[in-house]
Design a protein around this ligand. Structure first.
Ligand code: ATP
Ligand code: MG
Length: 200
């Protein structure tokens, strides 16, 4: 059942930020669950240029991550690619991005969708108190992380999937199958480009 949130005349748009190294079924299931339950017009998949608090050693080139996200979301009319952070380059602070997106789209309410691991990390986010005025955070449960926060997070139920990009990278480097953990089109791309085969 689709429900309408927020003020009726504003567009309701979700944002799935991430490194997408690579995108997997966990990302797609959470975006679809939130998008359909909140009745969002769009969910924008927004790959970061450089994540603020993550080791970048194993992160592959933006062009590959963009290509994989495009393939992953292809065919879902609600999903779109958002290039703002990749095009800006440098460390991707969500606060900076959202200031820009709000200026460009004053008629839109943004729902920033994150997994429970990221919810736990919110106190460390750059200008979190200001960011909370720009977006409604939406939390999705993730195995081994508590579904709680001192911030006003809107929790949405989605099937609990113990899939991560780290797991995908590890499995590929060990020659284990990742079929059905990533979309077929993403798997084809990974194989064509020989991604994640070598250990750093
Ligand atoms: P890595 O293992 O490299 O950190 P990841 O699987 O966490 O990769 P990210 O690109 O870091 O993927 O995550 C983007 C967003 O998706 C984050 O908010 C993260 O919490 C969320 N997310 C990723 N996988 C899941 C999952 N299986 N369940 C719930 N949330 C998830
Ligand atoms: Mg992560």
């Amino acid at each position: 059942k689709e429900e309408i949130l927020g003020s009726q005349h504003k567009k309701q748009v979700g944002i799935m930020g991430g490194t997408f190294n690579p995108p997997h079924l966990g990302h797609l299931v959470m975006a679809e669950s939130v998008g359909s339950q909140l009745g969002l017009e769009k969910v924008l998949f927004m790959p970061d240029a450089q994540p603020p608090h993550q080791a970048t050693k194993t992160t592959i080139a933006a062009k590959h991550r963009l290509a994989m996200v495009e393939r992953a979301i292809d065919g879902n009319s609600r999903f779109e690619l958002e290039r703002a952070e990749i095009d800006r380059g440098g460390v991707s602070y969500t606060y900076d991005t959202m200031v820009t997106l709000k200026q460009q789209h004053p008629d839109t309410d943004f729902y920033f969708i994150i997994g429970a691991d990221m919810v736990k990390d919110l106190p460390n986010w750059h200008r979190i108190d200001d960011l909370l005025k720009l977006v409604q955070f939406v939390g999705v449960k993730r195995p081994e992380f508590p579904a709680e926060s001192r911030y006003p997070v809107l929790w949405v139920d989605a099937p609990l999937l113990d899939i991560s990009s780290s797991l995908i990278r590890q499995r590929i480097s060990q020659n284990c199958s990742v079929r059905y953990l990533v979309p077929d089109a993403v798997l084809d791309y990974i194989e064509e480009e020989g991604l994640y085969r070598e250990k750093d």
